[in-house]
Ligand binder design. Structure first.
Ligand SMILES: [Ca+2]
Ligand SMILES: [Ca+2]
Length: 152
């Protein structure tokens, strides 16, 4: 699904597209993605507001860590403003047309106030759930048509 629709789906779960803070989180994420069948996953990074100025959608911050594929981002066709992780390119990041239908990863920040939301995500049938205590967030991987219960 498109980047905007993917983000809206995350927000329905009181989450947002994933914000990758550092190399540890990125490695954790790509290691898990490599166990899934999906090829391409949106992350919450876009330069739609200003070309070349990539920001995370959840807090509008600029990137402190990145893992772009070589020669990326290239703003291909002058219309690539959204970022995905691409299995075919060794799970590196690439900018892509935001309307491209791909899978996506939501992130729910964990805190006391949001425990109810976490429970809701954990029971959603449309997501594969992954809870990683050490990073203090919940990652939800859209997978169609099948969902797999995942516990860690
Ligand atoms: Ca761009
Ligand atoms: Ca690109």
């Amino acid at each position: 699904m498109s980047f905007d629709r993917a983000r809206a789906n995350c927000q329905k779960l009181q989450a947002d597209l994933v914000h990758i803070d550092n190399a540890d989180e990125n490695t954790f994420l790509t290691n898990h993605l490599s166990t899934l069948k999906g090829i391409s996953f949106w992350i919450g990074l876009t330069d739609a507001d200003r070309e070349g100025d990539f920001k995370w959608v959840d807090d509008n911050s600029r990137i402190s860590f990145s893992d772009w594929s070589p020669s990326q981002p290239d703003n291909g066709g002058n219309k690539e403003d959204c970022t995905h992780i691409y299995a075919k390119w060794d799970y590196k990041w690439n900018d892509l047309n935001c309307l491209t239908p791909v899978k996506y990863i939501c992130e729910e920040k964990k805190d006391e106030k949001k425990k109810q939301n976490i429970n809701r995500i954990k029971t959603s049938k449309n997501f594969l759930k992954l809870i990683k205590e050490s990073f203090k967030y919940v990652l939800c991987f859209s997978l169609k048509p099948n969902c797999v219960n995942y516990t860690n």
